[in-house]
Design a protein around this ligand. Structure first.
Ligand SMILES: N[C@@H](CCC(=O)N[C@@H](CS)C(=O)NCC(=O)O)C(=O)O
Length: 410
């Protein structure tokens, strides 16, 4: 918290606009969740692939394919589809994929579903990314990833575990995580194979990212502290711009997983309830959450600002305070974001500010670093008004996150 002695007036929208970073090159620039076309410097004619993935970048199987295309720099189009847990599946997608399942991919006009089949088809068309995924070494690692996934599900998603069953589930998870560590330790560098990240690393990323978030929140278990080789691997990934472009944050994951997984359950008693509070308040968990290089944090305030400004009218309209009453508090929070100074919101605005804090979705809306700074600015501004909280986030569905109001293209 800044000293209370120096609150400043909230900036006008015009003044805020002048401080926002201009939109980056979504098509040829860094990996980002907003692009609908990625060319990596090629011509449009080079595009052979369309990836169908979910609007909010919540689907882990979509992230695996997304990462593969980005690391291999394959030109592709992206069409975004709604997941059932947050809205209505698009009829055009159901006529293509009647089950509605994601991801799907078109390669030279042929439609493929199932993420593993998609990766094999991509390997056939463009060559493997390091170790071929059907090689015996890769198959063994892919099997280990499924074991780790199952051990995690058993611990996180089984309701009503007794304390003894919780301990067993934890120990089962830890012994599988230790097998993953041994596989990492067999190599000289931080990766699973060779001196660089390859396709087998990508297979592990989506769920290890979700394990890291959900176990801290629901179990008080800090994956990176308990398993140093996994920490090394995550740190190495976080040095890579491509991975950072797809990486989510703890707040997003812990609230997007319950409806996708059919429920996530707290250990009882919870080992470290303070972790939950820090995540929910938007503080983040520092290096235990993500260890980005300092250069990747540079200018992230103005990135966050630009993303809010882009959707300003919709954010104002969808806030429970109503557009008129939310205008001044939102400008106060954005002023704090860019100037790092207390800026008092109108009285009665705390719950509205926290409503927005809770609905930033990373990386859908902005990168992790920008999301953390914006959540902190919203919370810091709300705290000047009081402790009022918004309605808690739903756990059975996330219809509060329907993408419809935000769609700019049909
Ligand atoms: N085995 C499939 C699993 C894919 C899957 O479970 N996709 C979920 C999202 S994570 C889905 O599309 N569910 C339907 C929906 O949520 O609308 C694969 O590897 O691609």
């Amino acid at each position: 918290m800044f000293p209370p002695s120096d609150p400043i007036e909230p900036l006008s929208w015009q003044a805020l606009s002048a401080l926002a970073r201009s939109e980056p090159d979504r098509v040829n620039g860094d990996t980002n969740a907003q692009a609908t076309l990625r060319l990596f410097g090629s011509d449009r004619e080079a595009v052979r692939v369309t990836l169908y993935r979910d609007h909010h970048a919540w689907c882990p199987y979509c992230q695996k394919i997304w990462l593969w295309l980005e690391f291999q720099r394959i030109p592709y189009r992206i069409r975004k589809v709604t997941m059932r847990c947050y809205g209505r599946k698009e009829p055009w997608y159901l006529s293509k994929v009647p089950s509605g399942i994601l991801p799907a991919l078109e390669l030279d006009g042929d439609l493929i579903t199932e993420s593993d089949r998609i990766l094999l088809a991509l390997e056939d068309a463009f060559g493997p990314f390091g170790l071929p995924l059907q090689s015996s070494a890769a198959l063994e690692l892919r099997q280990l990833e499924r074991l780790l996934f199952r051990a995690w599900c058993l611990w996180l998603c089984s309701p009503g575990l007794s304390p003894r069953q919780q301990r067993q589930a934890r120990s089962q998870f830890q012994s599988t995580a230790s097998r993953f560590e041994r596989a990492l330790d067999q190599q000289e560098g931080p990766w699973l194979d060779r001196a660089e990240p390859t396709g087998v690393d990508l297979v592990f990323i989506p769920y290890v990212e979700r394990m890291n978030a959900s176990l801290a929140y629901y179990k008080g278990f800090q994956l990176r502290r308990e398993h140093p080789a996994i920490d090394r691997w995550l740190k190495a990934l976080e040095q890579l711009e491509v991975y950072r472009g797809t990486q989510s944050d703890f707040h997003t994951h812990v609230h997007d997983l319950p409806p996708q997984m059919g429920g996530c359950w707290f250990d009882d008693p919870l080992e470290d309830a303070a972790l939950c509070q820090r995540i929910d308040r938007g503080d983040g968990l520092g290096d235990d959450e993500a260890c980005w290089p300092s250069s990747a944090w540079a200018g992230m305030e103005s990135v966050a600002l630009a993303r809010v400004l882009r959707h300003r009218d919709k954010l104002l309209r969808s806030n429970p305070l109503g557009a008129t009453a939310f205008d001044q508090p939102l400008r106060s929070a954005l002023t704090r974001l860019v100037h790092g100074t207390n800026c008092s919101p109108n009285s009665g605005s705390a719950a509205g500010l926290r409503h927005l804090r809770d609905r930033i979705s990373v990386p859908r809306d902005m990168p992790l670093a920008a999301g953390r700074l914006l959540r902190q600015a919203l919370e810091g501004t709300a705290a000047l008004d009081g402790e009022a909280q918004p309605a808690p986030l739903p756990t059975r569905d996330r219809f509060d996150q329907t993408p419809e109001p935000f769609l700019t293209t049909p």
